[in-house]
Ligand binder design. Structure first.
Ligand code: NI
Length: 226
């Protein structure tokens, strides 16, 4: 399932984050890549022990927790704290699948990457190229979202970032271990959740939403790993 979360950040928040990132100490992204990914990766990132990265990361985690659409779609169990990258001057990241398990620096946590996430921090007019291209069974999806919008896609997907040929592309990226590991089950639960909300709106006072909500919770009880 690929899904966009449209309104994670307000315009003033996006502006503040971008101003902070313009002053940031960017390092070569290859330093954090695995052996194979290293050959495909040409971008810059904030170091994971950069205090600015930690501050912005905490802010984004709080925002994610407040987003009903994110919570319903991802059913998060653990989230890798968001990291930040910057592509410019032809920089790109060739086809790869993200590592299956990520560590969290400074902790013993290991997080299985069921869902990959990219939060666009530059607007589509700020740069040329730079699409996130995700392959799935339905073909190839080119994603380039307005600043402040988040895309979720399966951690199993082959994907790449096209070369940025003008301007700079700033983004945050992270991974989620979901309570429901299987993408198909997660999609069903989201569809059911959306339907329950629609029925609640369309049939005020009806007992049906409560019954459907019972089904939702009993499915989640069967499938959730915590
Ligand atoms: Ni990736």
């Amino acid at each position: 399932m690929m899904l966009t979360i449209p309104d994670l950040l307000r315009p003033d928040e996006i502006r503040q984050i971008r101003e902070a990132l313009d002053q940031a100490a960017w390092i070569d992204g290859r330093e954090t890549a695995g052996h194979i990914a290293r050959q495909a990766k040409d971008n810059r990132q904030l170091s994971q022990d950069d205090p600015l990265a930690a501050k912005l990361s905490d802010f984004l985690l709080a925002r994610l927790g407040e987003s009903p659409r994110f919570m319903a779609a991802a059913l998060p169990y653990k989230v890798v704290p968001p990291r930040f990258n910057r592509y410019e001057g032809g920089g790109s990241y060739g086809d790869h699948v993200d590592s299956a398990v990520m560590g969290v620096p400074g902790s013993a946590h290991k997080i299985r990457t069921d869902i990959s996430a990219t939060l666009f921090l530059s607007g589509p007019d700020d740069y040329e190229g730079g699409e996130l291209v995700v392959e799935d069974t339905y073909g190839s999806h080119r994603v380039k979202l307005p600043a402040g919008q988040l895309v979720l896609y399966p951690g199993t997907s082959l994907h790449h970032v096209a070369p940025v040929t003008r301007g700079a592309r700033l983004a945050a990226f992270f991974w989620i271990q979901s309570m429901v590991r299987d993408d198909g089950r997660r999609s069903l639960l989201l569809e059911l959740d959306n339907a329950i909300q629609a029925v609640s709106r369309d049939l005020p006072g009806s007992p049906t939403p409560a019954r459907l909500s019972g089904v939702y919770n009993n499915l989640l009880r069967q499938w959730a790993e915590t």
